[in-house]
Design a protein around this ligand. Structure first.
Ligand SMILES: Cc1cc2nc3c(=O)[nH]c(=O)nc-3n(C[C@H](O)[C@H](O)[C@H](O)COP(=O)(O)OP(=O)(O)OC[C@H]3O[C@@H](n4cnc5c(N)ncnc54)[C@H](O)[C@@H]3O)c2cc1C
Length: 366
C-alpha cells in the first residue's frame, strides 16, 4: 500500500517480495468496516467471499449472538486480496520484484544497502512491511513488540450437513485458554478455522483436534503463525527506516485484527514520507517521528488501552467470563469497538467503574 501510494505521487519505489503471487498468507480474512475504510480503494465484489451479518460468541453453554442490519465484516481470501493490492501498486507505478527475498540491510553514512538473493540496492529509505518476524525491524535495531499470539489455522471444506450454520456468520469460541479464541469465518466454498492464543499455558496442537471434533469438522493439519501484539509507535522509526503493519507490531491485542492497522499505518507512512520528500528533508529518525506521532494519535493510544484490558483479562479470566455471561452490555460495548463505532478508550472508561461489581459477582458465582 505504501509502495502504491508513493509511486502514484511520482517517487521511485522498488517493492521487494520474497513470495510469488498469488501467494498464501495464513489469515482468517475478516475485513472490518474500519479496515475497508482504511484500505481506501474500491474493493472488487469478486474479492468478497461472504458478507457477515451475524456475530456469534460461544463460551461454554452460553451463546451470544448479534444480528446487524448491514454487513459488519466481509470475508476475503488473502491470496486474492494481496494479489489485487500488488497489481494496484504496479499500476500506480511501483517497480515490483517478486520471488526476491531480502537477506540483509546495512545502513552506511549516506544510504542503506539492501542485499537480496539476486542483487544489492542502495536507497535512502526502507519501509519495513515484511510482517512478523520482521528482518527490517531487526536491522534497524527495533524489537517493536514484545508479545505475540500463537495461531493455528486451516481452510476446511464446508461440511455437507448443517452447513448453513456458518452462512453469513462469524463464530468465535472463548474460554479455551486465558485469552484468545477459536474462530470459524465463512468463505465462498470453505471455512477458515483457527485458534489464537495470547500468552502461554495450553498446548495448541492438542486443542486443535478437540476443537474440530466439537464443531463436527473433519481433521485437518493446521498451519502455525504469529500475530504481534503490543506494538509501540515510538519504536516504528529509525534513521532511514519506517515500519508498518505487523512489522511494527500493530495488531489488536484483544481480537488480533491486523488489516486495519496495516492499511492505516501504510497510509500514514506514505503521507509523512511524501511530505519529507516534497520539503527536501532527509529521512532521519527525527524527521520521521511525525509518523510515530500520527500513529499514536490515530490508534497507538487505543492499542495501549487494549493491551491493558488484555493484561487484565489474562490475569483474571473469571472476570471476563463473568462479563460475558452476566449481562449483554459488555458484549455490546466490545462489539462497538470491532465495528469502529467506539474506541478502546471509550470501552476502558465505561468498564473501569463497573469492574468492582463485576469482580464481586465473579467471586460469588464461581
Ligand atoms: C491466523 C491468522 C489469522 C488472522 N486473521 C485476521 C483477520 O481475520 N482480520 C484481520 O484484520 N487480521 C487478521 N490477521 C492479522 C493479519 O493477517 C496481519 O495483521 C496482516 O497480514 C499484516 O499485514 P502486513 O502487510 O504487515 O504483513 P504480511 O501480510 O505478513 O506481509 C508481509 C509480506 O512480506 C513478505 N516478506 C517477509 N519477509 C521478507 C523478506 N525477507 N524479503 C522479501 N519479502 C518478505 C512476505 O512474503 C509477505 O508477503 C490474522 C493473522 C493470523 C496469523
Amino acid at each position: 500500500m505504501t509502495a502504491g501510494l508513493l509511486a502514484d505521487r511520482g517517487l521511485e519505489v522498488l517493492l521487494l517480495e520474497k513470495g510469488v503471487f498469488p501467494r498464501e498468507k495464513p489469515c482468517a480474512g475478516g475485513l472490518t468496516l474500519r479496515a475497508l475504510s482504511a484500505l481506501g480503494l474500491s474493493l472488487p465484489q469478486s474479492l468478497v467471499h461472504e458478507k457477515c451479518y451475524v456475530f456469534r460468541a460461544v463460551l461454554g453453554e452460553c451463546v451470544r449472538e448479534t444480528c446487524f442490519e448491514q454487513p459488519y465484516v466481509l470475508t476475503v481470501d488473502r491470496s486474492e486480496l494481496d494479489a489485487f493490492l500488488l497489481q494496484w501498486a504496479v499500476e500506480s507505478g511501483a517497480a515490483v520484484h517478486t520471488g526476491e527475498r531480502v537477506l540483509s540491510l546495512q545502513p552506511d553514512l549516506k544510504a542503506i544497502q539492501v542485499q537480496t538473493e539476486k542483487a544489492t540496492y542502495s536507497t535512502p529509505l526502507v519501509v519495513g512491511a515484511d510482517g512478523i518476524p520482521s528482518l527490517v525491524a531487526r536491522a534497524c535495531g527495533q524489537r517493536s513488540f514484545n508479545e505475540a499470539a500463537a495461531c493455528l489455522c486451516a481452510n476446511i471444506p464446508r461440511p455437507p450437513v448443517n452447513c448453513d450454520r456458518f452462512r453469513g456468520v462469524l463464530e468465535t469460541h472463548w474460554g479455551l485458554f486465558d485469552w484468545g479464541y477459536g474462530w470459524i469465518f465463512p468463505k465462498r466454498d470453505h471455512l477458515s478455522v483457527g485458534l489464537g492464543m495470547w500468552g502461554r499455558g495450553r498446548n495448541l496442537k492438542a486443542l486443535w483436534a478437540d476443537f474440530l471434533t466439537s464443531l463436527d469438522l473433519p481433521p485437518v493439519q493446521p498451519q502455525g503463525h504469529l500475530i504481534p501484539v503490543g506494538g509501540k509507535p515510538e519504536l516504528a522509526v529509525a534513521d532511514g527506516f519506517v515500519l508498518v503493519g505487523d512489522a511494527a507490531g500493530f495488531a489488536d491485542p484483544l481480537t488480533g485484527e491486523g488489516l486495519y492497522y496495516a492499511f492505516l499505518s501504510a497510509r500514514l507512512a506514505a503521507q509523512v514520507i511524501w511530505a519529507l520528500k516534497r520539503q527536501g528533508l532527509p529521512y532521519t529518525a527525527g524527521n520521521l517521528a511525525q509518523y510515530q506521532k500520527k500513529c499514536w494519535q490515530k490508534f497507538g493510544r487505543d492499542l495501549n488501552r487494549a493491551l491493558r484490558l488484555n493484561k487484565m483479562a489474562r490475569r483474571c479470566p473469571r472476570l471476563w467470563h463473568q462479563a460475558f455471561k452476566g449481562s449483554a452490555d459488555w458484549f455490546v460495548k466490545a462489539l462497538q469497538v470491532v465495528q469502529g463505532e467506539a474506541s478502546y478508550q471509550h470501552l476502558f472508561r465505561w468498564a473501569w467503574p463497573r469492574l468492582p461489581l463485576l469482580w464481586l459477582q465473579s467471586q460469588l458465582i464461581h
